[in-house]
Design a protein around this ligand. Structure first.
Ligand code: GDP
Ligand code: GDP
Length: 447
């Protein structure tokens, strides 16, 4: 059932423009997400869309296969794993600097891994593209493509070309929103469990589906592929999406396989509800925030599971509550459940929260009510004037589910400040009881 998004991984020596390209490739059309306070911008993975085709992109910035010092082992593992799991490696080189021995060393490394590679010659704005490219045929990965990541030249064409061989998604269809209700009823809510290593994901999954079941699905040859595992909780059916890589204790000989960011990201894409798992005895870190930011971008419903509550002392319990409020403030729409996967305490509450988040994500929002709520919100707080313009939201209708899309019609709406959009978002969430799902606001302006 799971569909896989094409996964592009950026590799290259420092300063060739990988981060610049990453930002361009992942620049969200949803300004709300891009401007969420508290969400750091230096993410290493994200999603993008061109011509209706979504893709995942991973930046291995800081990862240099020819000089591994100075990096934590975990980062090196993650980067190498991403490269191995990439559908295509985008090998970025600098068209102004020309071919360097360092590029050649990276080429050797990539060749040894046997991954599919396309060379991108960056910084070619104002250069003769053919000449800038010429040097790089020598890397042996076929015809290089010229781009300028900072100016944007050639980037759209490049992404079109590299995505061309991948199967096209059905036009204008979100596979989840379009799922037959019957199918959802049979399979239940599709749930993905995410979290950084050691927060207790395997333990949680075992607690939910039972170790026996997990072993049954942990068959040689199938473990690297996406596997959906059906299970029941309190008599209700669910499907755990893409649990490959989460194994029974002791069977994971290759730690590299245990936590794969790409697999986790693919799983969210194919889920209705994501469970972001945190460790109550640890501080909330960058990695937690990045995963949360990614889930927010996908628009999936979200429940935050604070695990190992049994092991946390009073200080740690207070600390994680405070850090949730600050470091993960942008996920305030998500319910938080404190639990112990080990003892099973809190599992019922977790699954209740999953049910509620799903119900919120799928809720029907009738036009008259939406419009009434919108008008009340505008009355309570009018949008600020912008120069000569006074934005005026007039009415709203629902444009989709999971995440709910609210289409707002009115005048000069492009001048609504982000803070005002967040105010509206909050208002809709409150009015319709949409706890657990992010919202998407789409603005339709008439002049
Ligand atoms: P990274 O280390 O590979 O991630 O490289 P960065 O994205 O940080 O870019 C390194 C430098 O190259 C920065 O100063 C960028 O502004 C610059 N840069 C990136 N893309 C381009 C480009 O297309 N043209 C030019 N002229 N400079 C670029
Ligand atoms: P994963 O890497 O996220 O899959 O984490 P694991 O499920 O492998 O758990 C990592 C460690 O945390 C193991 O030693 C587990 O026994 C322990 N652990 C997991 N859940 C809990 C819990 O609820 N309470 C306590 N005290 N320990 C837990």
């Amino acid at each position: 059932m799971s569909e896989r998004l094409p996964t592009l991984v950026l590799v290259g020596r420092p300063n060739v423009g990988k981060s610049t390209l990453f930002n361009r490739l992942t620049r969200s059309r949803d300004a709300l997400v891009a401007n969420v306070p508290g969400l750091t911008r230096d993410r290493r993975y994200g999603r993008g869309k061109v011509g209706g085709r979504p893709y995942l992109v991973v930046d291995t910035a800081g990862f240099d296969p020819t000089a591994k010092e100075g990096l934590t082992a975990e980062m090196v593992r993650q980067a190498e794993l991403a490269i191995r799991e990439a559908d295509l490696v985008l090998f970025v080189v600098d068209g102004r600097a020309g071919l360097t021995p360092h590029d050649e060393a990276i080429a050797d490394y990539l060749r040894a891994l046997g991954v599919a590679v396309r060379v991108l010659v960056n910084k070619t704005e104002g250069l003769d593209r053919a000449i800038a490219r010429a040097d790089f045929y020598a890397l042996g990965f076929g015809e290089p493509l010229s781009i300028s990541a900072s100016h944007g030249d050639g980037v759209r064409e490049m992404i079109h070309e590299v995505l061309a061989p991948f199967p096209k998604p059905k036009p204008n269809k979100d596979p989840l929103a379009e799922r037959e209700t019957e199918e959802t009823e049979r399979e239940g809510i599709r749930v993905a469990v995410l979290g950084r290593p050691n927060v207790g994901k395997s333990t949680l999954i075992n607690a939910l589906i039972g170790e026996e079941r997990l072993i049954a699905y942990d068959m040689p040859g199938t473990t690297r592929d996406a596997i959906d595992v059906p299970f029941e909780h309190n008599g209700r059916p669910y499907t755990l999406v893409d649990t490959a890589g989460v194994r029974k204790k002791g069977r994971v000989t290759d730690t590299i396989e245990k936590f794969s960011v790409i697999k986790a990201l693919q799983a969210v894409e194919n889920a209705n509800v994501a469970i972001l798992t945190l460790d109550a005895t640890q501080e909330v870190g960058e990695q937690d925030a990045h995963l949360g930011g990614f889930i927010l971008e996908t628009g999936r419903a979200l429940v935050i599971a604070v695990n190992k509550w049994d092991a946390a002392d009073a200080y740690q319990r207070q600390r994680i509550k405070t850090q949730l409020a600050h470091k993960l403030a942008f996920l305030s729409f998500a319910p938080v459940v404190f639990l112990s996967a080990k003892t099973g305490k809190g599992l019922d509450a977790l699954m209740r929260a999953v049910d509620q988040a799903y119900a919120a994500a799928m809720k029907k929002l009738p036009t008259p009510q939406l419009t009434r709520v919108l008008q009340e919100l505008v009355k309570r707080q009018a949008p600020p004037r912008h120069g000569l313009f006074r934005p005026k939201p007039r009415y709203a209708h629902q444009g989709g589910s999971n995440p709910p899309i609210i289409v707002i019609h009115g005048n000069a709406l492009e001048h609504l400040p982000k803070s005002y959009l967040r105010y509206l978002e909050h208002g809709f969430t409150e009015a319709f009881g949409l706890k657990g799902t992010p919202l998407r606001l789409e603005l339709r302006t008439s002049h």
